[in-house]
Design a binder for this molecule. Structure first.
Ligand code: ADP
Length: 379
């Protein structure tokens, strides 16, 4: 029974799974929290040892370790076996994800120390989007400044978008190479991706995961002029503005709660702020659907995934209402059926296959880890 150990390391937590490669299922799944707090696990090394020795024990056959890394910058277009040089490059692009990459590196270093005899692989949230064409990833700003500071669209949730696009093709029984797909990853964070022939050609998140759709606490798209205006008129500094747009905006900013279930509940009671938030949320999604259909030159499949996308039929139906002229239709019965499997929500024979495909980032990381190890030169 070979297994891949999946590590998602945060600044004070380590999420982990041990995935069995025969069944694709986790045999162990857990999280160590409050690392560094008094009376808790002192550091990531100690946390990693606790997981491997106390929780997992010796009854294991780990063939590789897959690490989730948020930002690969311009360096990584696929999952990459970790060497000291790879660690250095992940560190180099930390300026692009100052909260995430250093935390990911803590996990990488602790796991490499604890499991020195197996290959470790970095799987980047940005990698899938490295196929974006220049016109999609370039911001229209001074070229020299953009180059010097690595300013461009990178995109995120790549592991999820890649997995979901692949599973959608598999579900449809068609080669992904033939398909034009829009994936809507609607969770706490949210992003839309246009996938042609299995490759990401545009995505709604940008230099950072702040751009694009309305999220739990993030604003998504906004005129950068808002930042200058608030700087000048409200006297807010950069950290306050960062906090405002990343942590106090989106559904939370509009309604006081960042959880879509509560927003929806308030909306159904006629709460005006919640109704407006739902309308803005929906408006933004439709904006991207329209844009991506134009970029893809048509659409074969529209796929919902993540917390909201997988679980909320009413919001899916509302988001797509009135798009029948684009071939996008939702079958009410299919849409209301709760299930943990990939499924159609469009009616039989509709021009666009509208699907729900549960995401599984850990499984995709495991698969990419195995593939990266298999591609290593023998010996
Ligand atoms: P993350 O982006 O943190 O990985 P998930 O994809 O797990 O998040 O999505 C979590 C979010 O999904 C929660 O914040 C919650 O608002 C939302 N969610 C989960 N189930 C439902 C539901 N049935 N209806 C609406 N929203 C839901």
């Amino acid at each position: 029974m070979s297994q891949v150990f999946i590590v998602n390391s945060g600044s004070s937590s380590i999420k982990y799974q041990l995935i069995d490669l025969d069944t694709d299922k986790p045999v162990v799944d857990g999280i160590i929290e409050r690392i560094g707090e008094p009376g808790e696990v002192p550091d990531h090394e100690a946390g990693m040892k606790r997981v491997l020795v106390e929780t997992i024990g010796t009854d294991r056959d780990i063939v590789g370790v897959g690490h989730r890394v948020v930002h690969g910058g311009p360096h990584f277009s696929e999952a990459t076996v970790i060497t000291d040089e790879v660690e250095r490059l992940i560190e180099e692009v930390s300026s692009l994800a100052p909260l995430h990459n250093p935390a990911n590196l803590l996990g990488i270093r602790a796991a490499r120390a604890a499991l020195p005899d197996v290959p470790h692989v970095a799987v980047f949230d940005t990698a899938f989007h490295q196929t974006l064409p220049p016109e999609a990833y370039t911001y229209a700003i001074d070229r020299e400044i953009a180059e010097r500071y690595k300013v461009r669209r990178y995109g995120f949730h790549g592991t999820s978008h890649q997995y979901v696009a692949g599973e959608a093709a598999r579900f449809l029984g068609r080669p992904v190479e033939e398909l034009r797909i829009i994936v809507l990853h609607l969770g706490n964070g949210a992003s839309a991706t246009a996938v042609r022939g299995g490759k990401s050609i545009d995505t709604s998140m940008g230099l950072t995961p702040l751009e694009g759709l309305v999220m739990g606490t993030r604003s998504g798209d906004i005129d950068p002029g808002v930042v200058f205006h608030l700087r000048r008129q409200a006297g807010m500094n950069v950290d306050e503005l960062d906090d405002l747009l990343n942590k106090r905006s989106g559904l939370l900013g509009l309604t006081g709660t960042g959880d879509m279930r509560d927003v929806q509940e308030a909306g159904s009671r006629g709460d005006e702020a919640a109704e407006l938030a739902l309308a803005v949320w929906r408006h933004r999604i439709r904006h991207y659907i329209g844009a991506y259909i134009a970029e893809l030159g048509g659409l074969d499949a529209l796929v919902f995934t993540a917390g909201i996308g997988e679980n909320n039929g009413l919001l899916r139906r509302r988001a797509l209402a009135g798009l029948e002229f684009l071939g996008i239709e939702v079958d009410q019965d299919r849409n209301e059926l709760a299930s943990k499997s990939a499924r159609y929500i469009s009616p039989e024979g509709a021009p666009v296959a509208v699907l729900v495909v549960p995401t599984n980032e850990e499984l995709e990381i495991a698969r990419q880890t195995v593939a990266a190890i298999a591609a290593l030169p023998a010996g």
